[in-house]
Design a protein around this ligand. Structure first.
Ligand code: ADP
Ligand code: MG
Length: 477
């Protein structure tokens, strides 16, 4: 083996490479490489991990080839030598593996294991070099499993998609699996359940659950401490990545970029991505088109509000778990009263149980009604555009028909503007749907109305007083 010659040749290659890439990339990806030998125009270099090798092959293959041909000649070939731990208990026990350059297809993923199985005394042919060294705490919540997730019409697609993905992570066309829907409907629960199931079926897979908020924070920290590359490497080693609440990406350009990059890497390597969001991909605001298009690549499943039957089933399962019994009548009452989401349903049952155990009273329908009164009023309250117009009409003594008409009378215009402003504030309706419901106006008129109310409130104290009073009436009613 001709190490001295290899070192000399490699350092000439490095000189060329250095001039052609940014300093930071050079330091990260080329300085850690060591020349091992040169034989018949084949240069062997040692790299720290499989990941490192894959990265070089993917990003720098052309540059490597050009530099080698410049220094060694047209026949130049490159072989990577990767140090792999042989036995996880014995840190010093290593073997090395040689992989020819530009051979990624052959050595990636499962085929990599065959590479070991032949001619080596490798004990576990399924150990993947590089990856085997890291242990990642999956950050899963053990109480959110498939076993205690109640299936219903509202979540059937999401649940079956999630099960399919757990049984074959990265091996279905559901990649990414995009679960979306309103708050408290079970998105986080399902996403967690996938993680738990994968861990159960494939203990060797690296699973990670992370909220987009935490991901963003980690990314910002990594940039501050100059560890952006480590951050990216870490995420690229995950087999099943669960990112909760991706709508958090909205308006965060730099995080969108890095997430895009990680998404692509994982997807290309058939790693599974599971994403949740409170909006469908196209409804997420302020997010790059290329990300939205990727979010739509796999399966998008909407989780809806549970229907009565499902609400009852969820209540019963919750009661069973807590060792409580309630009559069918009371369960019906609760399931009928709390319709908004599962989290509120759970809250209702918890306050009922708490009330009964504190007062040592048996739970009767009457007690249930009393206990849940405030709760239900709150949960039930859905502010509609019609209701808003009614409040404003009563308060300003302007008939609803006038608000709906084309009249330009000053007091009517003001009532119309206020209706639009509060509709924007308290409903989820879009500007154009608010416009069509209040006097058949377009979205620009609604926008103008909202601005007028805000401006006037800032300059006119009396008007501001009206706004505050109407606000109270709408919200407290
Ligand atoms: P999201 O992430 O959609 O806001 P979560 O997954 O946090 O909602 O769910 C809110 C609560 O409701 C959790 O305690 C969860 O266990 C429970 N939950 C939601 N859907 C179901 C379901 N189908 N069966 C049982 N529990 C559910
Ligand atoms: Mg959630």
């Amino acid at each position: 083996m001709n190490t001295t010659a290899a070192i000399k040749i490699w350092s000439e290659c490095l000189n060329f490479i250095k001039d052609n890439i940014p300093e930071q990339s050079f330091a990260t990806w080329f300085l850690p490489i060591q020349a091992v030998s040169i034989e018949n125009s084949i240069l062997t270099v040692q790299v720290p991990s499989r990941f490192f090798y894959e990265w070089l092959e993917e990003h720098y293959i052309k540059l490597l080839k050009t530099s080698l041909q410049k220094v060694i000649g047209i026949d130049a070939k490159l072989v990577y030598n990767i140090v792999v731990k042989k036995d996880s208990k014995n840190l010093n026990d290593h073997i090395t593996v040689n992989i020819p350059s530009s051979n990624t297809q052959k050595v990636k993923s499962q085929n990599f294991t065959n590479f070991y199985a032949t001619g080596s005394d490798f004990k576990n042919p399924f150990i993947i070099p590089g990856l085997q060294k890291i242990k990642v705490d999956a950050q899963l919540n053990h109480s959110y499993s498939f076993d205690n997730f109640i299936e219903g019409e509202s979540n059937r697609l999401g649940r079956s998609g999630s099960l399919a993905v757990s049984e074959k992570p990265g091996g279905t066309s559901f990649n990414p699996l995009f679960l979306y829907g309103g708050v408290g409907l079970g998105k986080t629960h399902l996403a967690n359940a996938i993680g738990l199931k994968v861990k159960e079926l494939f203990p060797e897979k690296i699973v990670l659950y992370v909220s987009m908020e935490k991901f963003t924070q980690q990314f910002i920290d990594s940039v501050k401490s100059n560890n952006r590359n480590d951050f990216i490497h870490f995420y690229q080693m995950i087999d099943v990545l669960i990112v909760d609440d991706v709508h958090f990406l909205s308006g965060k350009k730099a995080t969108q970029d890095v997430f895009f990059h990680i998404f692509n890497q994982l997807h290309q390597n058939n790693k599974q991505l599971i994403l949740t969001s409170d909006k469908s991909p196209i409804d997420i605001q302020d997010i790059e088109k290329r990300l939205i298009s990727r979010f739509k690549w796999g399966l998008s499943a909407e989780i809806n509000k549970p229907d009565f039957v499902t609400r009852k089933a969820i209540l019963k399962s919750k009661l069973l778990k807590d060792g409580f019994e309630l009559s069918e009548e009371i369960i019906d009452f609760v399931a009928n009263s709390v319709k908004s989401n599962v989290r509120e349903l759970e809250g209702a049952i918890i306050s009922l149980i708490a009330h009964s155990s504190l007062t040592k009273k048996e739970i009767t329908l009457d007690l249930a009604k009393k206990t849940l009164e405030g709760f239900i009023n709150y949960a039930r309250k859905e502010i509609s555009i019609e209701f808003i117009q009614q409040v404003i009409s009563d308060y300003l003594k302007v008939p609803i028909e006038s608000i709906q008409s084309k009249t330009r009378k000053r007091d009517v215009v003001q009532a119309r503007h206020l209706s639009m402003y509060f509709a924007k504030k308290y409903t989820n309706s879009s500007l154009s749907s608010i416009g069509s419901k209040i006097g058949k106006r377009d979205h620009a008129t609604v926008l103008h109305a909202c601005k007028t109310v805000v401006n006037l409130s800032e300059t006119d104290k009396v008007f501001k007083g009206y706004v505050d009073e109407i606000d109270k009436k709408i919200f407290v009613n």
